[in-house]
Each structure stands twice: as structure tokens, then as C-alpha cells.
Write a protein that binds this ligand. Structure first.
Ligand SMILES: C[S@@+](CC[C@H](N)C(=O)[O-])C[C@H]1O[C@@H](n2cnc3c(N)ncnc32)[C@H](O)[C@@H]1O
Length: 357
């Protein structure tokens, strides 16, 4: 029998292509980083064979198609038709890699259709360790992944969303996010070839001490409290329902580079940009409240619902899990229809282009 994954690790995105279908916010947020990727692809020193392009935190690959296709086009232009290109998608072991490979086979925009000398691989290991051989990666890309921490620094955070927890819990998450960021950079530095480049885009909070999604996460907490109060879920289950995310501030992202290169990585570009709630922007134009609610709840469900399901007792069957999800999502939907407002905010992104000296 497979071991039950440890709750101290983040849960993967919702499987079966659900994340890909509900990740337009993340795609939008990664757009500024595509420009940095273009710069990286011009600058990078091309030496390794086969040439490895690594996508750290791919989920089911939907948002990887565009940056990977861009990288393939640019590299092909530089190395000629005969050099094999390896595209390596990495994520946690529980990630739905099967959905990723089906997407690569079936999607009309799959990069596999345009270049016979491109070979996809997958690695199911945490990027908070070294996952590729030393000096093997020419180009690295990571989008909307490093705000997921390696583990929860406390057993019971007391809130579903760490930025809204008590001050001492927030401090523990903040300290852990600092360590994780340094670990992520250290391992990527080891993996890059000299002259290799890494582009990382992550959601950030512009104001230290503020929370992203304060209304959405207050509603989620309220719904879960209701389920605990009327006995649908046990206190221990409720207590374990924390999403292991902590967005950094731009200054925390820059901190490792305060005195110059960090582990041989130099910052070549740094772009911070506000990310308005795209579902709300569309709603303001089309006025379709049902669609607005579906998109907003879909975003929450695909990215965060698995973290809550993972805290349910192992003995809970599929029927219970569906009832839990149904009640939570219906509660959120009703609140949103009664009081339409942007929920996926405030948020900004920070994109860094890093070069290995
Ligand atoms: C929000 S999704 C982003 C997916 C995609 N890159 C995008 O831009 O839409 C975050 C992904 O990071 C993965 N992730 C989180 N922590 C990770 C870790 N320690 N190692 C590898 N992947 C991780 C999650 O499993 C998830 O698939």
C-alpha cells in the first residue's frame, strides 16, 4: 500500500487537468516574466548537450506550454536543428504527471508538435532540494510555485491562511519562507551551468504584514468553523486545515542578493507588478455574476481545496470528501453571489532574471 503523504508538505494542485483549467490568474501573473525569459534566452551560454530546460513546479503543465515553447524556439535558433533539447517538468511526487503527459500529447499548442528533437521528462521531487545533476541546467523557469513552502513550521496555525494567523504564527511562516527561498536559490545555483539563467516569478505582498485574499480566506475560515461547530468535521481535522503558502515581500525576495551575488547567482532583472483580480475585471465588463462566481471559486478549488482535503481523517471516504467540498464551495459561491466583489486580491508578482556567474 502507498504511504499516506505527510501533512507537513503542501498538497498538490487539484488533479485531472482541473488546475490547468482554472489557472488563468497564474498565467496572467507570469506574463511579465516571459519578457525576462526572452532576455535569458539571448544571454544564456549554450554549452551542455543535450540542452536542459527545467520547469520547476509545473503542476499539470497548462501554464508551462507557453514558456517552454518560447524557450524551445529561441534555443533552436541558437543551436541549430540537430541538438536535442530536454524539457524537464518538476513537481511534488503527488502531482498529476499523467495529466501533464496527456496534455503534451493532445493539446493543440503542445511544444511536442513543432520540434522532433524535443524530449519531455518529469521529476517528482521537492525543489527545496537539488533535483537535477550539478551544472546540468541551461535555462530554469519557475512560475507561481515558490510561495508554497517546504512544510508548515507549526503544527496548528489556527487559521487556514498563514498571513491571517496570529502574529507569532506569521513570524514562524515568515522565517520559514526566508529559509526556503535561500534553499531554492542554493539548489538552482548548483544545477545551472556557468552562464545559465533562471527566471522565477512568484506572487508577492507589497505591504509587509498584509494578507493576500483577505475576504476570500476569511469566508473560507468561517465556512470551516461552521462545519466544525456543527460536527461535520472533527476539531483535529479543522485544526490541520492550513494552506502552506506564504507570499514574500519584494524586499524579502531581494534579501539574499543584498551584498551581491548569492551562491554565484546575479540578479539581471527584477520586475514587480500589481496583479488585479482578472475574474473581477471580466465581470465589470460582462456583468455575468454566475460566470464570475464560477471562475473565482474554480481558482480557489484548483489551487487550495486539496490542502483542506488532505487534513481530513484518512478514514473519510469519497462520499464524505465530496460532501465536504460541495458544502464549502456552495457556501463560498452563495456569499459571492450575495456580495459580488474582487476576492483574488490584493496581489502583485515579482519576476527575477538570475544568471549563474
Ligand atoms: C500554483 S501551481 C503553479 C503551476 C504552474 N507553474 C503555473 O504557473 O500555473 C504551484 C505548483 O508548485 C508545486 N510545488 C509546491 N511546492 C513544491 C516543491 N517543494 N517542489 C516542487 N513543486 C512544488 C505544486 O505542487 C504546484 O503544482
Amino acid at each position: 500500500m502507498l504511504p499516506t503523504p505527510s501533512r507537513s508538505h503542501p498538497a498538490p494542485m487539484q488533479s485531472g487537468g482541473c488546475y490547468t483549467a482554472n489557472a488563468s490568474l497564474q498565467a496572467r501573473g507570469a506574463e511579465p516574466a516571459l519578457e525576462l525569459l526572452a532576455l535569458a534566452l539571448e544571454r544564456v551560454q549554450v554549452s551542455a548537450h543535450p540542452l536542459a530546460i527545467v520547469d520547476y513546479g509545473s503542476a499539470q503543465g497548462g501554464n508551462s506550454l507557453r514558456p517552454m515553447a518560447q524557450a524551445i524556439r529561441a534555443m533552436r535558433g541558437r543551436v541549430g536543428a540537430d541538438t536535442s533539447l530536454a524539457i524537464i517538468h518538476t513537481d511534488q511526487p503527488e502531482n498529476d504527471f499523467s495529466a501533464l503527459f496527456c496534455l503534451l500529447r493532445d493539446h493543440p499548442d503542445s511544444y511536442l508538435d513543432v520540434d522532433p528533437q524535443v524530449f519531455p521528462f518529469a521529476i517528482g521531487r521537492s525543489f527545496y532540494g537539488q533535483v537535477m545533476p550539478t551544472a546540468a541546467v541551461t535555462v530554469g523557469w519557475s512560475s507561481f510555485a515558490v510561495h508554497w513552502l517546504s512544510s508548515a513550521p507549526v503544527r496548528y496555525a489556527g487559521h487556514v491562511w498563514p498571513p491571517m494567523a496570529a502574529p507569532e504564527v506569521r513570524s514562524a511562516f515568515k522565517a520559514h519562507s526566508t529559509e526556503d527561498w535561500r534553499a531554492f536559490l542554493t539548489h538552482r545555483a548548483a544545477e545551472l551551468v556557468p552562464g545559465g539563467c533562471l527566471v522565477v516569478v512568484q506572487p508577492v505582498r507589497q505591504v509587509d504584514g498584509s494578507s493576500s485574499f483577505p475576504v476570500l480566506m476569511a469566508w473560507v475560515q468561517d465556512e470551516l468553523e461552521g462545519m466544525a461547530a456543527d460536527g461535520m468535521i472533527e476539531a483535529a481535522e479543522f485544526g490541520g486545515m492550513t494552506i502552506i503558502v506564504y507570499e514574500r515581500t519584494p524586499s524579502a525576495v531581494r534579501a539574499p542578493f543584498a551584498d551581491g551575488p548569492f551562491q554565484g547567482l546575479c540578479v539581471r532583472a527584477d520586475v514587480v507588478q500589481d496583479l488585479p483580480d482578472p475574474y473581477w475585471t471580466t465581470y465589470e465588463t460582462d456583468g455575468d455574476a454566475t460566470l464570475f462566481a464560477a471562475r473565482t471559486i474554480g481558482f480557489f478549488q484548483a489551487a487550495f481545496l486539496p490542502s483542506l482535503l488532505a487534513a481530513l481523517d484518512r478514514g473519510r471516504d469519497e462520499t464524505f470528501r465530496r460532501a465536504f467540498s460541495g458544502r464549502l464551495l456552495a457556501g463560498l459561491r452563495q456569499r459571492l453571489l450575495e456580495a459580488p466583489q474582487p476576492l483574488v486580491c490584493p496581489l502583485a508578482t515579482q519576476a527575477l532574471l538570475l544568471e549563474k556567474a
